[in-house]
Design a binder for this molecule. Sequence first.
Ligand SMILES: Nc1ncnc2c1ncn2[C@@H]1O[C@H](COP(=O)(O)OP(=O)(O)OP(=O)(O)O)[C@@H](O)[C@H]1O
Ligand SMILES: [Mg+2]
Length: 381
Amino acid sequence: MFLGKISLLNFKNHENLALNFNKKINCIIGNNGVGKTNLLDAIYYLCLTKSYFNQVDQQNILFKKDFFRLEGSFKKQGESFELVYKLPANKRKELIINETPLTKLSDHIGNFPAIIISPDDGQLITGSSEERRRFIDNTISQVNHEYLNQLILYNKVLAQRNAALKRFAETRSVDRVLIESYDQQIINAGIKIYEARKIAIQKLYPAFQSFYRQLSFEREAVGFTYQSQLNETPFDELLKKSFDRDLMLQRTDVGIHKDDIEFFITPALKPQAEDSSSVLKSPLGDLAVGVKLKKFGSQGQQKSFIIAIKFAQYSFIKNPERKPLVLIDDIFDKLDNDRSQKLVELLAGNDFGQVFITDTDDGHIREVLKGEEKLFEVFKV
Ligand SMILES: Nc1ncnc2c1ncn2[C@@H]1O[C@H](COP(=O)(O)OP(=O)(O)OP(=O)(O)O)[C@@H](O)[C@H]1O
Ligand SMILES: [Mg+2]
């Protein structure tokens, strides 16, 4: 799968921009503020129906204009797909594929898969658990439509349950039948989400380890574990036990909306393979002895972690028919020369398909890709 052509009309700072892309590596070069990140974001938008950076759709319209329009020409297994997004000011966006409007945007998720790595992704490590749930949800949704449906349902019923808890507090009365019907739906959807997350995290783990080892030359080891209240206690029991507390708090305090993924690092490890792999090997067990990545990982180590986990996401989403697009904003951000070189080597290899990267200058990338000129093209924005 690849994106052959893109055109942006009034999308963020791009009034009118059209480009034909290379099938392998596309380097988007330009000074600060010219719109490199915005161009990557437009590609992300085509694939995933929204901006990675600005969730408020209307703010993606060029200032003072009253619409934006994005067009992309994809090729997938020999078939052509013309995607058009239109967003008029103060209206809902529309997606048209090969001249047919799509009625449900969420159906598009996963059909044109993509992963993105940006300097803002530090949030995945330092931000709240919501960031990490968003990551795992985005990962699974791109391969499993039903997961996204269950997640939407879970969040809807959870909001209804919370509203009911508020009402009960105000009216000082409790409708147990209503709560039970909410609980049934929450439990049904919640268990499916929990199982899917558990499996996804197990699958991500070996790929993550392999990418991290390559990127870090085994100078340190890392790991992560899935934290869920459902790991220890069945969901129905959790809800029952928590009911009085939920009433007092006026919100549901247990469930998969509290899940988290903990990131670990064992810094300054001897660079021996057996040592590093024996320390952190189980994604679900309690073998992870390390220290918190957020506190003790250096900036480059944290960045390497992000790249490894996103590449694992890539491997998870990839299938023999289609390789997700890879978007990397500010490609050499925080990486030393060894890691930069390894990163580009990985991207240039056969595991990866079409790649889009940005930098302020093409010197570094040309140097790293010396001898591989056929693989890449440079676009000045
Ligand atoms: N809706 C909008 N209308 C007009 N301009 C916008 C809109 N949204 C963002 N911008 C502007 O687009 C400009 C380019 O942003 P972008 O982040 O893409 O630059 P960049 O090339 O990635 O720069 P850097 O090298 O600093 O990362 C910014 O000045 C930003 O304010
Ligand atoms: Mg940028």
